[in-house]
Write a protein that binds this ligand. Structure first.
Ligand code: SF4
Length: 211
């Protein structure tokens, strides 16, 4: 596991170039997020999986580990996958944005929602993953992933919630990001959100099986 970059407000000097066509994530300078993240976090999982899950961006733990969904939200996602009858080994998991965007609060690096420009810049990588993996079903975990997958900055989670949306030849379902089921203010909302995620994963499993 890498050590985080020092929590300075600015990162190392260097050019950011939205028109760059990088060959590797480490070389990516398409938006500014590379400056303060420890490393880029690529998607991982089964190659050519029938189901692809797309979250928002790496969190603090993912930024250090270089792997997606390994922190508390990842553990909740693992439990939801198991409850939906899906093995994590059978899916491909990634994020819409590959570098951790954060702000310092005290000594903690707190998640900051990526902006539309950053999501757009990082579509370069998400499109590559979609092309390579060719999933039968893509599950958007949260609004940022949904906007990226539908290429629509105004897409609303409520409108696509657990519904099949066809876009660019792909089948997309949307549900909550697992962190919402962790951080919603009251127990009843957290339990409902968790049940919604499991229901969407079961729906994805049915669609992926072609039944
Ligand atoms: S967030 Fe995405 S587009 Fe921006 S620098 Fe990182 S890999 Fe490149």
């Amino acid at each position: 596991m890498k050590k985080p970059k020092p929590p300075s407000p600015a990162g190392p000097p260097g050019e950011t170039d939205p028109s760059q066509q990088p060959e590797s994530l480490d070389a990516c300078r398409r938006c500014d997020l590379w400056r303060r993240a420890t490393q880029a976090v690529p998607g991982e999982g089964k190659r050519r999986a029938r189901i692809m899950l797309v979250g928002e961006q790496p969190g603090d733990g993912e930024d250090l580990a270089g792997k997606p969904f390994v922190g508390p939200a990842g553990k909740l996602l693992d439990r939801a996958l198991a409850d939906a009858g899906i093995s994590r080994d059978d899916v491909f998991i990634t994020n819409a944005v590959k570098h951790f965007k954060w702000e310092l609060r005290g000594k903690r690096r707190l998640h900051k929602t990526p902006g539309q420009r950053e999501v757009q810049a990082c579509m370069y990588w998400l499109e590559r993953e979609l092309e390579q993996e060719q999933p039968a079903v893509v599950v958007a975990l949260g609004a940022t992933a949904l906007k990226a997958l539908l290429d629509d900055a105004h897409a609303r989670l409520q409108e696509h919630f657990n519904k099949v949306t066809r876009h660019a030849g792909r089948t997309v379902l949307a549900t909550w990001h697992p962190s919402y089921a962790l951080r919603a203010p009251d127990t009843a909302t957290r339990e409902r959100a968790y049940a919604d995620i499991v229901a969407a994963l079961k729906h994805a499993r049915t669609l992926a099986s072609g039944k």
